[in-house]
Design a binder for this molecule. Structure first.
Ligand code: PLP
Length: 394
């Protein structure tokens, strides 16, 4: 099919809720994508962090193929080995607890919201505090949890019980807590909000306060999870363990899967009838996730992320020295960004013309999140294109 035809069918038959580039991709491998005409693109934002191991990682492909010909789906009223293995793998690399499987980040957060409400029920506590600038998903509850009016105001009236405070502002958070507060929801690095890293000191204070007041500390690691920051999970850099953690994106290596991990005493509140997902934790999704976790361990990807993240950051710092309009370089591991003085759209478009895929968020923040498997020469290639595009803006 030609591009013109594909676009025409989209226009007629696909709901237009996405801003789209004029690109049709048909193949991917590692850090590269190929379009309909065989043109090659360097992808430094693969699948919005979903294709965390790069496109079509061989072990993931192999695992999906094998599983698809063995058993694709089994409903959750039966057992199957792959969900058991996957849950144990996740717990082995995180904290003592139990896992609920679903299909996306929003669903993982939705599960965490519902579990919080179960936790607070006896004492009539139900309110959740999240951060301004956060992003937690697009279902009605998770878009309400998201502390950005542009995402939730169009859907008013919103569900009750959500409060927002500025990120990294402990006093504001303390003041917002009342006797109905049951949970605090945090991204340790705000992704969509512009790659804002949490202050260690702030996080430690929040943790202490949560313990004092019996408030659940919940980390949304949908974007930061599975090696993105150089540890399996971002919280492992800070030494603060949450009661609940939500996961998705890289976990499936491109295949849809989400998960909520909760400490045992909290997790056990989710008894039959309280929550469910028909597709959640299918053999195919779990086989894909098992391959991802195994790969991160066996290929020592955490070390690679730390090393390549440091290198990429150094190269971006060099660009900052060269171009006055780069305000700062920020992030951790391979979750990096350059914040510009001006709107980032023009730079983003220029990179696109030169076949480098990035992301522009929050108006002036260029998000750079290559695959965990990225090679040094691909980083050099991307930085060279960015340099050319920055120089053309002068
Ligand atoms: C931190 C965070 N939480 C939740 C979500 C929602 O995930 P999904 O789009 O899989 O529902 C996203 C998506 O970008 C995210 O970045």
């Amino acid at each position: 099919m030609e591009k013109r035809q594909i676009k025409k069918i989209y226009k007629e038959y696909v709901i237009g809720c996405y801003t789209k580039e004029d690109l049709v991709f048909v193949r991917g491998k590692g850090s590269y994508l190929w379009d309909l005409n065989g043109e090659k693109y360097l992808d430094f934002f693969p699948g919005w962090a979903v294709s965390g191991l790069g496109h079509c990682y061989p072990e993931v492909v192999k695992s999906i193929k094998k599983q698809a010909s063995t058993l694709i789906h089994i409903p959750n009223n039966y057992y199957h080995p792959w969900q058991a293995i996957c849950a144990k793998e996740i717990i082995d690399i995180s904290f003592e607890g139990k896992v609920f499987f679903c299909n996306s980040g929003a669903e993982a957060n939705e599960a965490a919201i519902k579990l919080s409400r179960l936790y607070g029920k006896e004492k009539g506590r139900y309110k959740i505090i999240s951060m301004e600038n956060s992003f937690h998903g697009r279902t009605l509850a998770t878009v309400t949890l998201t502390g950005q009016k542009k995402y939730n105001e169009p859907f008013k009236p919103l569900p009750e019980g959500f409060d927002y405070v500025p990120f990294n502002d402990f006093n504001a958070l303390r003041k917002k807590i009342d006797d109905k507060t049951v949970a605090i929801f945090l991204e340790l690095i705000q992704g969509e909000g512009g790659i804002n890293v949490i202050d260690k000191d702030y996080l430690e204070k929040v943790n202490k306060l949560c313990k004092e007041k019996d408030i659940l500390l919940i980390f949304d690691e949908v974007q930061t999870g599975f090696g993105r920051t150089g540890e399996f999970f971002a919280y492992q850099h800070f030494g603060v363990v949450p009661e609940i953690m939500t996961l998705a994106k890289t976990l499936g290596g491109g295949f849809p899967i989400g998960a909520m991990v909760a400490k045992k005493e909290v997790a056990d509140l989710m008894v039959p009838g309280t929550h469910a997902s028909t597709f959640g934790g299918s053999p195919l999704a779990c086989a894909s996730a098992i391959a991802v976790i195994k790969t991160i361990k066996e290929k020592k990807l955490l070390e690679k992320v730390r090393k390549n993240g440091k290198y990429l950051r150094k190269q971006l710092e060099k660009l900052k020295k060269k171009y006055d309009f780069i305000k700062r370089v920020k992030g951790m591991g391979l979750m990096l960004a350059v914040e510009l003085e001006m709107d980032g759209k023009e730079f983003y478009k220029k990179c696109l013309e030169k076949k480098l895929l990035l992301n522009c968020t929050h108006g002036n923040v260029i998000r750079i999140m290559p695959a965990l498997t990225v090679k040094k020469k691909e980083i050099d290639e991307a930085v060279e294109i960015m340099d050319e595009c920055f120089s053309s803006l002068i």
